[in-house]
Ligand binder design. Structure first.
Ligand code: NAD
Ligand code: UFG
Length: 341
């Protein structure tokens, strides 16, 4: 299948490219490298020994998208491109609405122009907001608590309306929980710019000596050990979920929202202990105040992914930490270590 991958150079996109190419799909990446490096694509080429078409452009540029779809003529689109920093989205909401919402309108219009009506979209568990019950199933009400989350909820609605207007359209809206880890080769992984907002990349940078210690945001939550509990999902499992979603979308018209998680919660202290096992080092950490906006627990109901996509997570927290450590220890400064491909 010919698959246009927006945001394909990013963390989840690069891992999904490896899975797509291994499955024999032909890909075209559309990315402006605003939060990624061309080195990631060179590494994917190295890993797969396959060529990757690249259009270096912004999804805010509707003409560039139109040209990409009408030239490549994709059978399906996987739409990763977007901005994802919760704090930044509160400081600069228009930037988020322009990139995530207006960019997605441009993409759907460009798909229409190329008569492509199949899309897999990167949504987020953040659309659920505060839990009314756990685990979060796909029927849980959607109440995002920040502009980033609202852009994801709006794009879900946008795609639903677009799909309803096209009788042959297939759309799978994947709500990711907490993607972590790296490809087993250690060649590709998560490479945040600036100080990592998320737990696993922060822990990885402490382990490798780039930062001195971890602040654990609160140890007085109502969880097993008082620290926040999340559903961490190995990025390689997540990549495979996209393949399963593509297969599902081929079966016929649909518009489905599907959680992508393991169904199991891991606390901050449990993750740190697993990382210490993986790297064989002590991770200095101290308890700090709660981070505003954080919830105690979040984890997925996974039955729909199993039923609809025939997909379930296979990799555990040890595999997540071991692969993250291989990537981080081989690439201390991330892709900044590499001069070229
Ligand atoms: P990432 O930042 O590593 O990847 C996003 C890619 O999109 C980058 O390569 C970036 O350069 C590109 N991009 C951003 N804006 C663009 C634009 N206007 N035009 C063209 N390219 C653009 O992020 P990721 O972690 O790989 O996330 C991928 C998608 O999954 C995002 O939509 C994100 O919101 C969503 N998501 C991520 C997480 C997570 O924790 N990583 C959780 C839930 C959902
Ligand atoms: N945490 C720390 N110290 C840190 C960073 C995080 O103790 O330095 C704790 C948090 O308080 C939380 C847990 O680690 O209990 C996980 O935090 P993350 O920031 O890694 O993940 P979140 O679940 O808070 O948020 C992430 C993304 C959101 C996304 C959400 C659900 O940042 O964009 O997962 O998909 F919406």
């Amino acid at each position: 299948m010919k698959v246009l991958v927006t945001g394909g150079a990013g963390y989840i996109g690069s891992h999904t490219l490896v899975a797509l190419l291994a499955a024999g799909h032909e890909v075209c990446v559309f990315d402006n490298f605003s939060n990624s490096s061309p080195v990631a694509l060179a590494r994917v080429r190295q890993l797969t020994n396959r060529d990757i078409r690249l259009v270096e452009a912004d999804i805010c540029n509707g003409d560039a998208l139109m040209q990409a779809t009408t030239e490549f003529r994709p059978d399906a689109v996987i739409h990763f491109a977007g901005l994802k920093a919760v704090g930044e989205s509160s400081e600069n909401p228009l930037l988020y609405y322009a990139n995530n919402v207006a960019g997605s309108v441009n993409l759907l219009a460009a798909m229409d122009a190329a008569e492509c009506h199949r899309i897999i979209f990167s949504s987020s568990a953040t659309v659920y907001g505060r839990a009314q019950y756990l685990p979060f199933d796909e029927q849980h009400p959607v109440h995002p608590t920040n502009p980033y989350g609202r852009t994801k909820a709006i794009v879900e609605e946008l795609i639903r309306d677009w799909a309803a207007a096209h009788p042959t359209a297939s759309a799978v809206l994947l709500r990711y929980f907490n993607p972590v880890g790296a490809h087993d080769s250690g060649l590709i992984g998560e490479d945040p710019r600036d100080i990592p907002n998320n737990l696993m990349p922060f822990v990885a940078q402490v382990a490798v000596g780039r930062r001195t210690s971890l602040a654990i945001f609160g140890d007085d939550y109502n969880t097993r050990d008082g620290t926040g509990e999340r559903d961490y999902i190995h990025v390689v499992d997540l990549a495979n979920a996209h393949l399963a979603a593509l297969d599902y979308s081929e079966k016929g018209p649909c518009c489905e929202v599907v959680n992508v998680g393991t169904g199991r919660g891991i606390t901050v202290k449990e993750l740190v202990a697993a990382y210490e096992r993986a790297c064989g080092r002590n991770i200095p950490a101290q308890i700090a105040p709660r981070r505003p906006g954080d919830v105690a627990s979040s984890y997925a109901a996974t039955a729909k992914a199993e039923r609809l996509l025939g997909w379930r997570a296979a990799l555990d927290i040890d595999a997540m930490c071991t692969s993250s450590w291989r990537w981080q220890s081989n690439n201390i400064e991330g892709y900044g270590d590499a001069s070229a491909g």
